[in-house]
Design a protein around this ligand. Sequence first.
Ligand code: ASP
Ligand code: MG
Length: 411
Amino acid sequence: VLEKELSSSKLYVKKFGGTSVGSIARIEHIADKVAKAFFEGERQVIVLSAMAGETNRLFALAGQVDPKAHARELDMLVSTGEQVSIALMAMALHKRGVKAKSLTGDQVQIHTNSQFGRASIESVDTDYLQALLSQGVIPVVAGFQGRDSNGEMTTLGRGGSDTTAVALAAALSADECQIFTDVTGVFTTDPNIEPGAQKLDAISFEVMYEMARLGAKVLHPDSVSYAERFKVPLRVLSSFEPGEGTLIQFAGCAPTKAKIVGIATSKSLALVSLQGLKEQDDACAQLFHQLAQLGVDIDLMTKTQHESQMLSFTLAESALEQVLSELDALSSRLDLGPVYVEQQLARISLVADGTLAMAEVAASVFDTLGKQGIHVKLLSTSEIKLSVVIAESDLHFGVRALHQALALDRV
Ligand code: ASP
Ligand code: MG
């Protein structure tokens, strides 16, 4: 009877982020929540991040030994953070009379490719998880980690625990994947920048994906696309405050007039411009081939031809040094002219729920930012988004002005 009851109750995969497990007191708080749901008969799989700050601390330790440490060893190191939180959580649950078992990605059999530091999940074995669930045991799984086909430890990239949770929810056909965090849901923009930011009750996968990719940190973009692909109902909620959070869902019918849903931001960007790039040969191809091999994410690109050919792109400031030394090495081969660099830049991106009337939006963005004396250094658009690059010091003013101009404080 018990088993029948258990298997007919709803199954939730619940992921708790770093701040939610950032201290013993917080772990105890989450354990209370999980225990309450357990005694109410809910079936749960828990996925945890490392305690707040721990992954950064581990990366910094590696940096002290060797800034060019092998990616395999880095994964071995940084995956330990999650193992601390799962073991502590299992202990806290046991103390409450709840059956629970902490599991590494390897023990669950979360299979990934072999790209250390940025691995993708290829499949998840559900046998062990199902067996535990049917015995009334809560699996407490380490996020962010998996194993490749050689049995090597891999990690999924910063923020990857969200993806672990979605992948488990997909594999188990869970009723919902719930991402618990320190905010009450997905907002129209970062509430730390604009206090008038509004929580959204629902958002489409498409808009959420763009927001995440363009800097909204509430969900990892891979987790959003994974959830969309496998049709996993996904929800973002607060670990500390009650509420329904934000449901990520498939868009209804296309709106007749697209509207801006949110503003995503990203800081610490650099703009690199190259002049005098030769036109005839494959200089551009060679250049980007090299950059691709470094694994550097290049963003907003422009290539213009005036007197000579000019190429500009943005990238994370943290990758700048590496890219500049690569450009230096390529300089004579490709006959590059001077390289100009601007730092401390930020990007503001407006994301819409449909195809934007781009000229109209661009006009109002230039108008709004212009009135604040904010200079747009670079602009790029795609069907549903418009991004501008500005000085980082203008970010807060720019976001607030746009948020107000678009009436996002009144959604
Ligand atoms: N602990 C990892 C990180 O900080 C993964 C995660 O929290 O999602 O990136
Ligand atoms: Mg996160």
